[in-house]
Design a protein around this ligand. Sequence first.
Ligand code: PLP
Length: 394
Amino acid sequence: MAEDPKDWQLETRLVRGGMARSNFGEISEALFLTQSFAYESAGAANARFAGDEPGFIYQRFGNPTTQMFEDRLALLEGAEACRATASGMAAVHVALAGLLRAGDHVVSGRALFGSCRWVLAEWLPRCGIQTTFVDATDPAAWRAAVRPNTKVLFVESPANPLLEVTAIGDVAEVARQCGARLVVDNVFATPIFQKPLALGADVVVYSATKHIDGQGRVLGGAILADQKLIDEAYKDLLRHTGPALSPFNAWVLLKGLETLELRVRRQTENAAKIADHVAAHAKVRKVVYCGRSDHPQAGIIANQMSGGGNVLAFDLGSQAAAWRFLDALQIVDISNNLGDAKSMATHPWTTTHRSMPEADRLEIGLTDGWVRMSVGLESAHDLARDVGRALDAA
Ligand SMILES: Cc1ncc(COP(=O)(O)O)c(C=O)c1O
């Protein structure tokens, strides 16, 4: 009997999931760099457009390489279906837009990546959709913010940049009770350490730009949910508005998935060492890392995450000190990306979160002394030396 990929362990899913070999028997997944597809006859074209016969039509709707990436990621996530997008923000936007209409209401965690916050606070109101932002760590706050027209609850957990963690199961319960859908941005946790669908979420989104590529090459995103929701909420929106992932990027991301687990686990080992090293330095006021027992939501993390991830944040007290730290780094790059093989650090106040009004930044605890660091695959010994020297200079 043929193997069912759903019986495969994580490692096998990552390397072989979704593989659709062509007649050539290639070992590495084929890159189908084609915009459109030819039909054997006018009748075949008609049947394919009508959905009576399977097959590809046009790259904006689907592509064999992109589908391999989607199928592999769905298998990894334990989702029925996945649709890839050109970036993480395209995934976030489509995931929300597909579930919302003018007059609807959203409840969202208030600690978010700056662009996610912009979509909710600035863009959706132009479409007649209002958002209430809540302290995501307080289930009562979610419940209190729900209105009769609430259709979506949105959360990033851990959140960018201060790694605030939300009890996804509790928020899923609020969504279930009020008939809304829960959308979770799972970028920081990665598909290796957290499974929001299993915790009760309806939709998971990724920036595949981060750990899934993990080597600084391409942008990409993904939306995962059950097949019915993908078909009803997202299929036409994706087809007609065009945020399709390039097949070339899909191919890069497929290769990224093969090594995702190895990279994320090693990065996490390194991050745990760097977090302890940073916490021990006299110039550091506070460290937040999901793998440390002093994380404010350590209890929730123990329930829903199987690893601390590769991102940490620490407070150096002032922008001047944070900038001195960044400017003294010799190995770690100053960059706003995360999940990469190369370690990088950023000053969220003046980069990723600068578009958030100052009062909103302060409300989530983000002051100008915080540094966010994404720990990579370099030697932990070398990283500790680099970070230690930069902290001395801070
Ligand atoms: C939590 C989170 N969601 C979404 C995104 C957007 O991803 P992309 O840059 O691929 O559009 C980011 C990017 O930093 C992020 O940190």
